[in-house]
Design a protein around this ligand. Sequence first.
Ligand SMILES: C[S@@+](CC[C@H](N)C(=O)[O-])C[C@H]1O[C@@H](n2cnc3c(N)ncnc32)[C@H](O)[C@@H]1O
Length: 298
Amino acid sequence: MDETLSRFLELLEEKLTNEKLVKLTLSKPRRKSDDLRNVYVKPVQLKAGRFFSFDFKFGTRHEVKNFDADQAKAQVQQLLEAHFLQADLFGLETDASLTIFSSGKMKLKSRKITKREAPDMQHDRQKKRLLNPAEVWWFQLGLTDREGNILPSMQHKFKQINRYTEILSGLFKSLQLTDQLRVVDMGSGKGYLTFALYEYLQNQLNLKPSITGVEMREDLVEKTNAIAQHSRLEGLNFALGSISGFPLETIDVLIALHACDTATDDAIAAGIKTGAKLIVCAPCCHKQIRKEISAGAQ
Ligand SMILES: C[S@@+](CC[C@H](N)C(=O)[O-])C[C@H]1O[C@@H](n2cnc3c(N)ncnc32)[C@H](O)[C@@H]1O
């Protein structure tokens, strides 16, 4: 290994193992065509201990992975050898930067700094989240690992689900909520949003909601029911059926998000007929009627 790179990795190792890393940025991709644009590394405190979070920034998306100190050092070496020409290391007492020139030559600069504050490793966890990824159903739904860490590939989905819950929490403020709130989620699919709403109503608002997800795919109904039963989520169930044919009864809240074809219209009709106080709908692709829509003469 190049001696300059080796010295840089020693500096990095010293910071990784002595809790002195504030952050590390890898930049200047070796190839313009490389989709990986930057990597940002920072320490994070997880249940399993101290790790280093690698935020991989691609052209239009981010991927976050956590590594222990040894893995982190190996990752940085691999990333510098294969992808990046610049590394900027920020520590508690020293900073260092490594520049790799196109000739392959490397330059390492380091400087002492006035003491920098230790990073707040709890920052992300302290952000007020309405949903708790450590709840077992998030693992069973395939969004987290057994320890409740959100899977890197599911980070975006979990954020979306949280955002949906935030939006609903705002809408619920306008309702006179009773303890026995009755909700129907039409076209509940994999159940992510149904479980999220149940968790929010039960854990944040301390209600005992009765929520039914209506879904026409038997495999999804079986799976979501099994998860609800395993977690003993009383009042949460999933029913096999079609939105238009679902037997109507009194409903407080009707939800239909991304239901296919004209199912959103059926859901709105059901919400009106049952006198729902709140109807939350977002249509899908309108597949059935799309073919009947023409742009019209110019
Ligand atoms: C795109 S997924 C949306 C799932 C969930 N609501 C969400 O927004 O994440 C639509 C789901 O609605 C179901 N669905 C579509 N039309 C339906 C209908 N008429 N009756 C029952 N379920 C329906 C589909 O099987 C699918 O699982």
